[in-house]
Ligand binder design. Structure first.
Ligand code: ADP
Ligand code: MG
Length: 696
């Protein structure tokens, strides 16, 4: 696959070669993410305007677009500037007004000569109870009715882009559509009753009824499927490649794992055991593991990770555990070190902070196999970090990384077995889109004895009361997180808000009781603040959302979240997961700024009602978009133009099955269909897939 197939060249040429598009328009179109003729094809009309000729405007329910034949009765040019030019016309049943603002009188008289018959089409509105049509879209003589499109597609627009321009451009691209070989499974086309690609595009761009613009229309479903299939092909290729790449079987001896089990103060839940078995099974096979370990906050993923790492070490190799933040990496290391020690596993930590001699020593220990398990931030994947025999790489809290970053990790030559852990409960349907290239293990059970967290909604008006409770609670020796609002996307404003609370609380609760942690602090400061909270030196930790991911302080039993309505549900769920980890009864207060919108209230109520991350995720999905469940920017999903990843989960599932099956039968995409799919991947700009094919 050396380069883009020639047959696609016209679709990737300059927009300016299309009629009516100059440099300026091309720029305007970029705002609609249209940069090539290809993008034009995949920008579909969102609706239609029905311009079927009617008898009269009388029965029209204004405002709406009508098309009627009229006789021109009277012209009333404006007497004052800023008044409209009014033309009174009569259709079969009534008279109404056609009005023009900033008129060019001459043009109007030519278009609508007194006494003439014309067909006019435009939007009717009621003005002082009189029907009027301002600036008709069309004025034609009755014999030219044919010039008037009966059904007109309505495209999304941007500044400087008109419907006419979009229509003409789309038509021009459709007129030059290359004849591509069909890439879709013919059985699927037949079963679903889908048209071929070019036919689907024509139907989608020239809808004939309201039905045709619904996502359920066959043409649209086919085009949506194409997008999802392209995405799933990329994931399937990544999966196939990592499977084909020979992995080495790592079979443990059971020595370290049994000592670890002995050192753990609890027995694994059956869900943890099951997931561990699935992982061990993968590790033992000669193909590379590519597995997702999904488990709600507090479900005990870390213990599973440690046992899996021990298997890799028992087999004579090394393991790495990567966390998204410095705090979390250090916390993992601190928590795991005693256990590791008990099992005879040499564990070290490496973050971006380590430098100089200490770092150099650590790296040589690693390269020479004197370290068994390395815990760290993404610093562990820097170029100069070499392992003697890396067998297992575990990435914690992966929802912070998208599909693209994960594939990148692989392409960096990480040849080890990979286990990704996420606490974001993703609805099954979306898991396909996000983790389509992975196998999935789910810890669907929490460790026994967890006390439910009591969640309450309070208005921000009652903040004094809340602070009063807080004072009493810390007097009883309890510990609390206080999460400051996400005022703005800019960190600076968040910080100001957090600083203010911090100062308030120091004054109200006693300076020595209150700590603060935020994203701008130096790592050592963060650690120190965290350590003071862990030891109980401070009892209130004012925080921006840096505490969101994974922080584990079992003694903390109160969580207050300010302006909870501005957070995503998944995020709130994560935050709440920071409490309820110890033996004490825990409380989570969701403070909101009144008035709460209807949907805001529903979302917070949902949290109050349940602590089940999966239920929250499913409901969240139903209430909002897929991107938001995971955090829009972090979702890592491609921005589909036609497909709706949330609602067309059936198509996503079909696409995954189809893509995997195709690659099983035709791993090199060498068959007729395989070759068509290669061209298709170029068409769909699946660069990663193309790269994978090139090197497979
Ligand atoms: P997460 O899945 O959110 O990463 P952790 O691994 O941090 O969860 O575990 C949360 C808490 O539960 C920890 O304090 C851990 O020691 C404890 N834990 C894990 N597994 C069990 C278990 N099987 N029984 C009791 N407690 C457990
Ligand atoms: Mg965790």
């Amino acid at each position: 696959m050396s380069g883009r197939p020639e047959i696609l060249f016209p679709l990737f040429g300059s927009l300016e070669r299309l009629p009516g598009i100059g440099a300026k328009t091309a720029k305007a179109l970029a705002n609609l993410r249209i940069e090539t003729p290809r993008d034009m094809l995949f920008t579909l009309p969102q609706g239609i305007i029905d311009r079927t000729l009617r008898g009269s405007v009388r029965d029209a329910v204004a405002p709406c677009v009508v098309t009627v034949e009229v006789e021109v009765e009277r012209h009333a040019p404006p007497l004052k500037r800023a008044r409209p030019y009014v033309v009174t016309v009569r259709d079969a049943a009534t008279t109404f007004q056609i009005v023009f603002f900033h008129p060019r009188d001459e043009w109007i008289r030519k278009q609508l000569p007194l006494g003439a018959r014309r067909i006019v089409s435009g939007r009717i509105e009621l003005y002082d109870n009189i029907a009027r049509m301002a600036h008709p879209d069309y004025i034609v003589a009755p014999e030219d009715l044919g010039d008037l499109p009966e059904i007109e597609p309505v495209y999304p627009l941007a500044n400087g882009v008109t419907q006419r321009l979009m229509r003409n451009a789309a038509r021009a691209v459709l007129d030059r559509l290359p004849q591509l070989d069909e890439w879709t499974d013919p059985h699927l086309l037949t079963r679903e009753g889908w048209p071929d690609w070019s036919e689907a595009l024509r139907l989608a761009h020239w809808p004939r009824s309201q039905e045709d613009v619904r996502p359920q229309a066959a043409a649209r479903r086919r085009l949506a499927y194409d997008e999802l299939f392209a995405h799933q092909m990329t994931l399937a290729l990544a999966r196939a490649r990592s499977r084909r790449a020979a992995g080495r079987p790592s079979v443990g001896t059971g020595q370290m794992t049994s000592r670890l089990r002995g050192a753990l103060p609890y027995a694994l839940t059956s869900a943890q055991e099951r997931c561990l078995r699935e992982i061990e099974h993968d590790l033992g096979r000669p193909i590379r593991m590519n597995r997702l370990l999904q488990g709600d906050v507090g479900s005990g993923k870390t213990a599973v990770a440690l046992l899996a790492l021990a298997v890799a070490v028992e087999a004579g190799g090394q393991g790495v555990l990567m966390a998204p933040t410095e705090i979390l990496a250090r916390q993992h290391a601190d928590g795991l070190r005693p256990l590791a020690k008990a099992a005879g596993i040499r564990l070290e930590v490496l973050t971006g902070r380590d430098s100089g001699q200490a770092r150099a020593r650590l790296l040589s220990d690693l390269a020479e196999g004197r370290i068994d398990v390395l815990v760290g931030t993404h610093a562990v994947f820097q170029k100069d970090v070499e392992f003697r025999d890396l067998r297992l790489a575990i990435v914690d809290e992966q929802h912070r990384f998208g599909v693209a970053q994960r594939l990148e990790l692989r392409s960096k030559g990480c040849a080890a077995d990979v286990l990704v852990m996420t606490a974001t409960p993703i609805p099954r349907s979306l898991a396909l889109a996000h983790y389509g290239e992975m196998d999935v293990s789910i810890i669907d059970e929490k460790p026994p004895g967890r006390k439910p967290v009591t969640t309450a909604l309070v208005s921000a008006d009652r903040i004094d009361e809340v602070v009063g409770h807080l004072r009493r609670a810390i007097g009883e020796g309890r510990r609390a997180y206080w999460v400051c609002p996400l005022v703005d996307v800019s960190e600076a404003t968040d910080l100001a808000a957090a600083e203010e609370r911090y100062q308030d609380f120091r004054a109200a609760l006693g300076a020595s009781h209150v700590g603060m942690i935020h994203g701008r602090m130096a790592p050592a400061e963060k650690d120190a603040a965290m350590a003071r909270f862990v030891s109980g030196e401070t009892s209130v930790l004012v925080a921006t959302t840096v505490i969101e991911v994974g922080v584990n302080v079992p003694e903390a039993s109160i969580m207050v979240i300010e302006r909870a309505e501005t957070f995503g549900l998944a995020q709130l769920h994560q935050l709440r997961g920071r409490v309820g980890r110890g033996s004490e009864k825990s409380t989570c207060l969701l403070m909101y700024q009144p008035p709460l919108t209807e949907s805001g209230r529903r979302r917070l109520e949902l949290l109050r009602r349940t602590e089940d991350g999966f239920e929250i995720a499913e409901e969240d999905l139903a209430m909002r978009g897929a991107g938001d469940v995971i955090g829009t920017a972090q979702s890592g999903l491609p921005r589909f133009r036609i497909a709706d990843a949330e609602r067309q989960t059936d198509l996503m599932a079909m696409a995954q099955i189809d893509a995997r099956l195709l690659l099983e039968r035709d791993p090199d995409l060498a068959s007729d269909r395989g070759r068509a799919v290669r061209t298709f991947l170029w068409l769909m700009r699946q660069d990663e897939a193309i790269r994978l094919l090139g090197v497979a």
